[in-house]
Structures are given as structure tokens and as C-alpha cells.
Design a protein around this ligand. Structure first.
Ligand code: CIR
Length: 253
């Protein structure tokens, strides 16, 4: 169960964030409203929400998930792989001292972004992507093992981050699409497959028994409900324009 969520308000510069989506520039005012909606949805799941102020130095800083990997027994501040995102993690590390006494860090030449880390029980899958290198995964696994967790690497072919294409919904249920439908390391999960035209919704988020699903993906919503979950739909269309999904917008612990 999660007790806390940390989010970071989008900054005006967000419209210049990194993107390969080809969906046009996000509308800042609309993005602020959608962020309000995201926070409300989180609160409905019974968590305490800490809202960090925006930081115009970093257009992508609202995608706070990439800056840390958090669990009950450890907190790890990452070293983002995208050059324009280096430094986002510093303010996050400060906030984390309110919640954790010891904070570990990923250090160069290692790079790692939290979007590449998917937890299932006490095991952490780490995607090797354009943003997370082998050394990043190696450092994270070594840290996790110190605290009694395990980790393994997953090769990625097409997606930005591991969780762009899959989400663990607890109870052995794994939402997956594309390249992840066939990977042998995930075969033991009960896979809820999503069609290519709803691939964006593979990034949904389990919070204390409820699954937050991006608005506009009816087949995904129905499949998650059929698997027995309460759901809340959240409109994050402006963030999709920057390749960001639901999970990217928060740290959950
Ligand atoms: C980026 O390319 O870094 C941002 N525009 C999107 C980050 C999305 N984060 C995530 O999937 N965890």
C-alpha cells in the first residue's frame, strides 16, 4: 500500500519538453488543469500528496518519476539519461530527506530513469533504454540487494521507458502491450494484453486497489475493470504530447 505521493507542478517551459510524439505542443493552462485532476484522483486513493513547486530550468521536471526509485526500505535518487534533465533530481533529493534517513544515488557514468523501473513484489525489472544504461541497472540492482530486494535487466526495442509499455497491477496482473507480450521473463504473470491502438494506456497506475487509467482508452478500461479493479480515469492528454504517461507524473511510496 502507498502512503505518500510526490508530484511536481509543470513549469511554463514544459511546452519545450522532450518529445517524439508528434502530437503538437502542449497547452500550459490545460496541462495545469490536468495536473489538478491528477492530484485529485491520487487523493481519492487515500494517499498524502506532497506538491513540489515548478522549476523553469527543467522543462520535463513534472515527470518526477524519472528522478527516483522508492520502496519501503530504500530511496534511490537517479541520474537521468537525458542531458536536459540532469539536475532535476537535486530538489527531489532534498524533499526525500523528509521521508527517508538514508538516500542512495546512481552516479555517472551510470544513467537511470525511474520510468524504466517496474516493481513486482520485491523484484524490480529495469529496462535498458536510451535513458538507462547497463551500469545504471547494475548500480540499482546492487543497492536493491543491500536492502533485501532483487532486480533484473530487460532489453527494450521500441519504447521510451519500460513502463511506457507495461504496468504491474499487483495480484500477479500485468498490463502489457507490444514487445512485452512475448518476453519470456513476464510469462508467469497474468497478462492483460492491450491492442496497439490503446498502447498509451499500458501506462496505468495501481494505487491501493484502485487503478488510474488515462482517459480515452475504453477497451483498456473495460479490461482492467473485468480483472476486478476499481478505476478512475484521468485526462493527461497534454502530457502525452511529451511522451509522458500517468506514472511519470508521480513518485509513489
Ligand atoms: C522525456 O522525454 O523525458 C519526457 N518528455 C517524458 C518522460 C516520461 N517519463 C516516464 O515515462 N517515466
Amino acid at each position: 500500500m502507498f502512503k505518500n505521493i510526490i508530484v511536481r507542478r509543470p513549469c511554463r517551459q514544459m511546452i519545450h519538453g522532450l518529445s517524439n510524439a508528434n502530437l503538437g505542443q502542449p497547452d500550459f493552462q490545460e496541462a495545469l488543469l490536468q495536473h489538478d485532476g491528477y492530484i485529485d484522483a491520487m487523493k481519492r486513493c487515500g494517499v498524502e500528496v506532497t506538491v513540489m513547486e515548478e522549476d523553469d530550468r527543467f522543462p520535463d521536471s513534472t515527470f518526477i518519476e524519472d528522478t527516483a526509485v522508492l520502496a519501503e526500505r530504500c530511496a534511490v535518487v537517479t541520474n537521468p539519461g537525458a542531458a536536459s534533465r540532469r539536475g532535476e533530481e537535486e530538489k527531489v533529493a532534498e524533499i526525500l530527506t523528509l521521508f527517508y534517513s538514508d538516500i542512495e544515488t546512481i552516479t555517472s557514468p551510470a544513467t537511470l530513469e525511474g520510468g524504466d523501473v517496474m516493481r513486482a513484489g520485491d523484484h524490480f525489472y529495469i529496462g535498458l533504454s536510451q535513458r538507462t544504461n547497463q551500469e545504471g541497472a547494475r548500480q540499482l540492482i546492487a543497492i536493491l540487494e543491500k536492502y533485501g530486494y532483487t532486480g533484473s535487466m530487460v532489453s527494450l526495442e521500441k519504447v521510451l521507458h519500460l513502463k511506457t509499455g507495461m504496468s504491474y497491477l499487483e495480484n500477479n496482473n500485468l498490463l502489457a502491450t507490444g514487445e512485452f507480450l512475448e518476453k519470456p521473463e513476464f510469462k508467469h504473470f497474468n497478462i492483460i494484453p492491450l491492442p496497439e491502438n490503446e498502447a498509451y494506456a499500458a501506462n496505468s497506475v495501481w494505487i491501493n486497489g484502485t487503478v488510474l487509467v488515462p482517459a480515452g482508452y475504453p477497451n483498456t478500461l473495460a479490461a482492467i475493470q473485468k480483472a476486478g479493479y476499481n478505476t478512475i480515469t484521468v485526462n493527461v492528454a497534454e502530457y502525452r504530447k511529451l511522451d509522458g504517461g500517468l506514472s511519470c507524473l508521480s513518485l509513489r511510496f
